[in-house]
Design a protein around this ligand. Structure first.
Ligand SMILES: NC(=O)c1ccc[n+]([C@@H]2O[C@H](COP(=O)([O-])OP(=O)(O)OC[C@H]3O[C@@H](n4cnc5c(N)ncnc54)[C@H](OP(=O)(O)O)[C@@H]3O)[C@@H](O)[C@H]2O)c1
Length: 260
């Protein structure tokens, strides 16, 4: 049988690299779009900044033949209080985490129409459970969840399936790459405590291969769900978040990440 072609953004490290390797080992032809290449990987690297529409279009033009699925994985984080977030940092996270996903969807949809393929967007548990001092990250991931839900309806007549995969804490270089602005003395101690807790949780988090396995399961399903959370404990959290009063959920998250 002909191998299936998958495009994944942000395949130079972390979840994207683990997923690219995992899928390549299972017979998929994998193209990875990122600014840096991963050394010694089976992924066909195409240099691309997802925030640049022209670069995304040029990257897709290099991929010949059918495309069966696109995984929007590239993402960045910023930490710190909303009051002190700089316009540059806000623009950057929106550009990568939202506009980048839109750019890739726009380039991919005409190709996926041909194959009745799949779009898998990497959201986050933090897109459902809003985290203080990570609010811009939470809101970009909430936007990704909304994009998935809406696109699933727009693309339904074409047979294109759209799913968000929600990882919880995962041990990757995302932690080191997060840009944190502590603000001034009013926030400093709380931001430090909150981000330190977040960083510890991430670095003690799941192996990115766990996320790769979830993505693979979604790829194999003829009719995947709209949202798939990675891991039993995070599935439980996301489920409880839907059932419990928002104020109660906020009180718990505040105890964890409020920095008091
Ligand atoms: N780690 C976690 O705890 C966690 C939890 C939930 C969700 N997630 C999500 O999982 C996804 C992957 O993150 P990760 O944890 O694997 O982090 P990571 O190791 O820092 O990887 C991020 C990837 O995004 C790429 N990227 C960043 N900006 C880009 C741009 N402008 N154009 C193209 N590629 C770009 C990076 O490649 P280049 O720098 O080479 O361009 C890199 O390959 C993100 O969407 C993140 O929000 C992570």
């Amino acid at each position: 049988m002909k191998e299936k072609t998958i495009v994944i953004t942000g395949a130079s490290s972390g979840i994207g690299l683990a997923t690219g390797k995992y899928l390549a080992a299972r017979g998929y032809k994998v193209y990875g779009l990122s600014r840096r290449a991963a050394e010694n990987s089976p992924i066909n690297f195409i240099s691309c900044d997802v925030t640049d529409r022209a670069q995304v279009a040029a990257a897709f033009a290099q991929i010949e033949g059918d495309i069966h699925a696109v995984i929007n994985n590239a993402g960045v984080g910023i930490g710190g209080p909303v009051e002190y977030a700089t316009p540059e940092d806000i623009k950057k996270i929106i550009d990568v985490n939202i506009i980048g996903v839109v750019n890739v969807c726009q380039a991919a949809i005409p190709r996926l129409r041909e194959t009745r393929g799949k779009i898998i967007n990497i959201g986050s548990v933090a897109g459902d459970l809003i985290i203080p001092f990570q609010i811009f990250y939470s809101l970009t991931k909430a936007a990704v969840h909304a994009l998935t839900q809406g696109l699933a309806m727009e693309l339904k007549p074409f047979g294109i399936k759209v799913t968000t995969v929600l990882p919880g804490d995962t041990k990757t270089s995302f932690t080191a790459n997060r840009v944190t602005n502590e603000g001034d003395a009013i926030y400093k101690d709380r931001v430090e405590k909150s981000i330190a807790k977040m960083e510890k949780d991430e670095q003690e988090g799941k192996d990115p291969v766990t996320v790769a396995k979830t993505i693979h399961r979604v790829l194999k399903r003829r009719n995947p769900p709209l949202k798939v959370t990675v891991g039993f404990e995070y599935k439980t959290l996301v489920f409880l978040n839907r059932l419990l009063p928002q104020k109660f959920v906020n009180a718990i998250i505040y105890r964890m990440y409020g920095g008091e």
